[in-house]
Write a protein that binds this ligand. Structure first.
Ligand SMILES: *Cc1c(COP(=O)(O)O)cnc(C)c1O
Length: 410
């Protein structure tokens, strides 16, 4: 029999969302009726009309002799990389070349695949709580030992995100090779300030670390003082890889399009001590393992940058952020301590009465029929916190907040 990759056996069971589903079903079976789900990290609004039109037009084009497209360029079509360069970077004073942009089918994939071009003995650092992909893909690659009873893997440096540090820890004193940052953050809904990002970039350039910067929620930033890209920080081109996605900004979770930026100045070292451009390695990986995002999907993504597409998708983001603001205000009025939700579609709340994240999940469900996400599911430092998502209808959000106010308000 074939030997399997034993590192997979170190992975902890995908416990969080199945367990939420199990407890919710058990409650509904016992009590009947409906629940309001504010636990999901998926968008709820339909695709913007401009995006739908681009999909339809591109599909029709593919059915014509002149408009048919087979394999596309490795990096993505210029009709998409050019507006990315112009609108996501140039408009904010950041110079990125189109051949530094790699269009992909998702930031989940990119943030999971990027570790592959680094050495197996690289040391990694993550913020805790964290988007689980960064940790699990390094476990699969064999960069860690086994997990302890609290869920910490041996060999990973965990940086606790706490109320004291505003859920944005400073760089560690110890040297690491790769550090994963996510801002605006899932799950805490908080953002890193310019000063914090500057400390990280300085640290990375001094120690030779590479920062993997996940900016999947950049479109939700409303505070103009908060950088949307790590490349707004001087020196980031020599230490950072950035990932962005159309999933949350334009409702592409089921359409699938994202991109990764790898600046040409970013270097690593080989076993013989030579400096190697990370860009070349990622380009090689993409060329070897990927045949590109479908033409029709890239056309749909390009429509997000056209005037009507921008307007419509900005309205979607504004809709979710109005939900977030109502959730923040409602939870605050009910006496909860809340964080995030101002530049991100997630609200991170402290559980009341020192309840564990799961005990609060059960209590909230029983008393209000509202489902959220236990903070402990994102990592040990999430214990005692709870994530509420703004991805829902206005009606559901208002109803959920009214119920929480009645049940917990004083
Ligand atoms: C939703 C999300 C993504 C986006 O993933 P896609 O694969 O592009 O849909 C990336 N990072 C984080 C932290 C997310 O929450």
């Amino acid at each position: 029999m074939a030997r399997i990759n034993d590192h997979y056996l170190k992975l902890q069971a995908g416990y969080l969302f199945p367990e939420i589903g199990r407890r919710t079903r058990a409650f509904v079976d016992a009590n009947g009726g409906e629940v309001i789900r504010l636990g999901i990290g998926d968008v709820t609004l339909p695709l913007a009309p401009a995006v739908v039109k681009a999909l339809q037009d591109a599909a029709a084009e593919m059915g014509t002799a002149e408009g048919f497209h087979g394999y596309g360029p490795d990096n993505g079509y210029p009709f998409l990389t050019e507006p990315i360069r112009e609108h996501d970077y140039g408009a904010r004073g950041v110079e990125i070349a189109t051949d530094e942009i790699f269009v992909s089918d998702g930031s989940k994939q990119d943030s999971g695949n990027i570790q592959e071009i680094f050495g197996v003995d690289c040391k990694i650092a993550v913020v805790d709580p964290v988007y689980p992909v960064y940790v699990d893909t390094n476990v699969m690659a064999g960069r860690t030992g086994t997990a302890d009873a609290r869920g910490f893997y041996d060999g990973i440096l965990y940086l606790p995100a706490t109320e004291a540090n505003g859920f944005a820890p400073d760089p560690p004193d110890t040297a690491v090779d790769l550090a994963y940052l996510c801002s605006p953050n899932n799950p805490t809904g908080t953002v890193m300030s310019r000063a914090q990002l500057e400390r990280w970039v300085t640290w990375a350039n001094e120690t030779g670390a590479v920062i993997v910067f996940d900016a999947a929620y950049d479109a939700f930033i409303s505070d103009s003082a908060i950088p949307r890209s790590i490349y707004e920080i001087e020196g980031a081109r020599t230490c950072a890889i950035e990932m962005r996605s159309f999933s949350k900004r334009a409702g592409f979770t089921g359409v699938r399009c994202a991109y990764t930026v790898v600046p040409k100045e970013l270097e690593g070292t080989s076993a013989s001590g030579d400096r190697v451009a990370i860009h070349d390695l990622w380009a090689r990986r993409v060329a070897t393992k990927f045949n590109g995002v479908p033409y029709v999907i890239q056309r749909a993504a390009a429509a997000v940058f056209a005037p009507d597409g921008r307007k419509q998708t900005q309205e979607q983001v504004a809709f979710y952020m109005e939900n977030a603001s109502r959730i923040r205000a409602g939870l605050g009025a009910a006496g909860f301590t809340v964080f995030g939700g101002e530049n991100a579609p997630y609200i991170w709340m402290r559980t009341p009465d020192g309840l564990s994240s799961w005990d609060f999940f059960d209590r909230l469900l029983a008393e209000t029929r509202v489902v959220g996400t236990p903070g402990s599911g994102f990592g040990p430092s999430g214990e005692g916190y709870f994530r509420i998502s703004a991805f829902n209808s206005r009606e559901n959000v208002d109803e959920a907040i009214a119920r929480i106010g009645r049940a917990f308000g004083r």
